[in-house]
Design a protein. Structure first.
Length: 139
């Protein structure tokens, strides 16, 4: 997976003689099964899969996600804020197209769920701060 920068790095070069182009090197010499090139400035995502010794550019689905067969996941571009930066990010999606959360997002989601459950317990007259596994088993 390559992230393009502002300086030209020959990521799409297919030069077949030394110095080899990167795309040629990955396709013909290393035979990398899947090659991903991402340009966050545009943003654009290109995924190529090795088929019969040649890279074939993969089509994105209606959501702009591309299937990565070795990982059994989709890869797509997500616009949002992370680590204080609002930009386009590469994100993984499961087989059904559901966004896979970053660990910080998972923590935040679980914290939110815990707050909702604690509020519901208080409505039912149970103080969630006093609950332990031991007293839950005896109730």
């Amino acid at each position: 997976m390559e992230f393009l920068s502002e300086t030209e790095g020959g990521e799409l070069s297919i030069r077949a003689t030394p110095p080899y182009g990167k795309l040629y090197f990955y396709e013909q010499i290393l035979q990398v099964p899947t090659n991903v090139i991402y340009d966050p400035a545009v943003p654009s995502l290109e995924v190529r899969c090795l088929q019969n010794g040649r890279y074939v550019l993969q089509e994105a689905n209606d959501q702009g996600q591309v299937w990565i067969p070795e990982l059994e996941l989709f890869l797509g571009i997500w616009s949002g804020t992370r680590l204080g930066k609002s930009m386009n990010w590469l994100r993984w999606y499961d087989r059904s197209g559901k966004l896979l959360l970053w660990s910080a997002e998972q923590v935040e989601q679980e914290r939110y769920r815990a707050e909702i459950l604690a509020a519901k317990l208080r409505e039912l007259g149970v103080d969630p701060d006093t609950l332990t596994l031991t007293n839950l088993k005896t109730q």
